[in-house]
Each structure stands twice: as C-alpha cells, then as structure tokens.
Ligand binder design. Structure first.
Ligand SMILES: NC(=O)c1ccc[n+]([C@@H]2O[C@H](COP(=O)([O-])OP(=O)(O)OC[C@H]3O[C@@H](n4cnc5c(N)ncnc54)[C@H](O)[C@@H]3O)[C@@H](O)[C@H]2O)c1
Length: 344
C-alpha cells in the first residue's frame, strides 16, 4: 500500500545517522543472527563501537561466520543472555538493539517451551540487565505476526493483537515486557513490528522453517521446484534486511520514539505466487501448486500487510530496496556463499 503521509523531517539517513552512531557504544543482542549481524555490519560502517552478544544456540539462525573474527573497536561475546553477567557486558552501552528471539512459527508448535525461553524468559533477562545499566534506548525486534488474521488492511498499530500460534503469543508477550519496562521503570524502549524479512546471511537451513522467502530460495538453489501452498494469492509485506536496519537505526536516533510501537511495511504487498514466480525466473526452477499441509492450515493468516505511516511520520522511514533488485542480490549472495544452504 503506498503510504500517503509525507515525512515532517528529512529522512535520518546519511549524515544524520552517521553522526548519531559514530563513536557510540552500541550493543547488539542476537548479533550473530540474520538481522543482528546486518545491524552490526552497518554500525561498523557508521563508526560505532559494537558489542555483540549471542549464545549461538542450536536450531537458531546464528552463525559465527556472519561476522568477522574480530570487530574494529568492538567485542563478540558468545553468551546466553539468560546467564549471569549480561549486565557487566552491557555496561556503558548507549544503544541496545535486541534481536534475540525464536522466529519459526512451526517450531513454536512442536517446541513451545523452547519458544517461551527465547521469546519471553530471555527477554526478561535482557530487560532486567538494561534496567540496571539504564541505556538511553533499547530497540526491540518484534513481529507483525502478533496481529494474526488481519481484520482490516493495511494493518495499523491500533489493530488489537490476536496471534494464531504460540510464537505470536510469546513474541507479543516479549513486546509487552518492553512496553511495561518503559511504563514502570522508565526504560526508553522502542518496539518494532517487522514483516517477513529477507536478505543475505539468513540461515536457509533454519530459515526454511521460518518463512516463505528463505524456503523458496533454498529450494531454488538446490534446483527443486518451488511449492506454493493453496492458490498462492495470499499477499504479504516483504522487507529487505537493509530496510529493517534502516528502521532500527532511525528509531534509535531520536528520543521521540521512546515508549512507542511501530509497524514496518512495504509499498506494495506481494502474493506468494508472484514471489515464487520471481525466484523461479531468477533461478530457472519450476513451480508447483499443492494443497495446504494440514499442520500449517490452522496457523495460516491469509492476506496480511501493514501501514508504516506512524513510523514514517516519526522518522521519515520508508522502504528503499525494490523487491526485484533485492531478491536478485540476495540470490546472488547465496550463490557466492553455498555454506548457507549446503549444510556447510
Ligand atoms: N527474520 C524475520 O523474517 C523476522 C520477522 C519478524 C520479526 N523477526 C524478529 O527479529 C529477531 C531476529 O530474527 P532473525 O531472523 O535475525 O533470527 P536469527 O535466529 O537469525 O537470530 C536470532 C539470534 O538470537 C540468538 N539467541 C536466541 N536466544 C538467545 C539467548 N538466550 N541468548 C543469546 N542469544 C540468543 C540466536 O543464537 C540467534 O543468533 C527475532 O526476535 C524475530 O522474532 C524476524
């Protein structure tokens, strides 16, 4: 959906973002994962001193190879955030970016306790450590999945949460913890509701149970036909990880966003069928339409896309990476890095 509101201020990219992060101490939790590592690499470009914390837990998307061996002016801690000592690692952080979480909806059904650990218990440990060190801003990577089946489109932040699976409930709880730590303890948290995110450094092995884009890309790279469930006309927002990082940095650059929740979104929702066609065209594989598997039918949300007007009004953010070029560049990345999909 094209967003009609015009931003009140210049988009905080370029000089404004560089100034906001150059020389600043930023902690990225989950920083060896897909979105976390993209944040770290961008922050290094901007001259920030980055502290990475990641437990590299099995079955998650974290990968030590997502970041270089050492960081200029930064540190990598392979630590589970539920263990003691997080507070000491985070001490002095001026920005905390929290991308710790369990992403797979399917896995949340088969391992609900594991999902609870990552999306709820780990979040309390993070927030407790943050409460004690009082960083000026904590940005939480939440999900639009909390809305469940959209009662209206595009979805605004006013739509009540009605998740359809354990992952949605736990992610909403984690998001609510961030709101409560703001309201009760005055911790300046900002909550983002991300859409399906794609791009380089996403584990396609783990990712194949996380979302439609990594699933299609992995099958295409293996030369397997892309399987579209049902009619394939269900439309979704898909966001390139660079745009997600742009949103995280934008909300962290201004105190105006403290305590608020923001949707990300796209200018044009895309159907699963069209997405498959684009990836099939790029890779030369076939497509097939098959009946929706029973185990997924009950958690399918149908059409779902979000309005990002509120985020645009607050920060000027809007998605920049076009779908065709973003998908082509992503496939090119994985062709150059078969270790992400050949189990290497
Ligand atoms: N990828 C998407 O499409 C998407 C969409 C919406 C929201 N999100 C949210 O963004 C966040 C990051 O997603 P991602 O795709 O980068 O996932 P990811 O699995 O690639 O990264 C998550 C990282 O968190 C780490 N982690 C998990 N539990 C931990 C713990 N207890 N201690 C230390 N580290 C721990 C994992 O090792 C992993 O590296 C998640 O919270 C997810 O819910 C992602």
């Amino acid at each position: 959906m094209p967003s009609t509101s015009s931003p009140p201020d210049p988009i905080p990219t370029g000089e404004a973002i560089t100034a906001a992060f150059a020389g600043r101490r930023v902690a990225v939790l989950g920083g060896l994962g897909f979105i976390g590592s993209a944040a770290v690499l961008r922050l290094i470009e901007l001259g920030a001193q980055v502290t990475v914390v990641d437990g590299l837990l099995e079955g998650f998307g974290g990968d030590r190879h997502n970041l270089p061996e050492t960081l200029p002016d930064g540190e990598i801690h392979i630590v589970d955030v539920r263990e003691d000592g997080l507070e000491e690692i985070l001490a002095g952080a001026e920005v905390v970016i929290n991308t710790v979480g369990q992403v797979s909806h399917q896995r949340s059904i088969t391992d609900p306790i594991g999902d609870l650990e990552a999306n709820c218990r780990a979040q309390i440990h993070i927030l407790e450590a943050c409460r004690r060190i009082s960083p000026p801003v904590v940005v939480y990577a939440g999900t639009r999945q909390i809305y469940g089946r959209a009662p209206e489109l595009p979805i605004t932040e006013a739509v009540p949460a009605a998740p359809v699976d354990i992952n949605g409930v736990n992610k909403y709880t984690g998001e609510e913890y961030h709101r409560i730590y703001h309201e009760v303890h005055g911790l300046p948290t900002v909550r983002l509701r991300l859409t399906n995110t794609y791009g380089p450094r996403q584990s396609l092995e783990v990712g194949s149970s996380q979302g439609v884009v990594p699933t299609f890309i992995r099958r295409a790279l293996h030369g397997e036909p892309l399987r579209v469930y049902g009619h394939g006309r269900q439309r979704r927002d898909i966001t390139h990880v660079d745009d997600v990082i742009g949103a995280i940095l934008a909300v962290a650059s201004t105190s105006e966003t403290n305590g608020h929740v923001y949707n990300l979104g796209s200018d044009r929702p895309i159907s699963v069928g069209v997405l498959a066609e684009a990836i099939a065209a790029e890779t030369g594989v076939q497509m097939e339409y098959i009946a929706y598997p029973d185990e997924l039918k009950s958690i399918e949300i149908g059409d779902s896309w979000s309005s990002y007007d509120r985020l645009q009004l607050a920060t000027g953010w809007r998605p920049r990476v076009g779908f065709a070029s973003g998908i082509a560049a992503t496939i090119e990345f994985y062709r150059r890095h078969p270790e992400y999909w050949r189990g290497g």
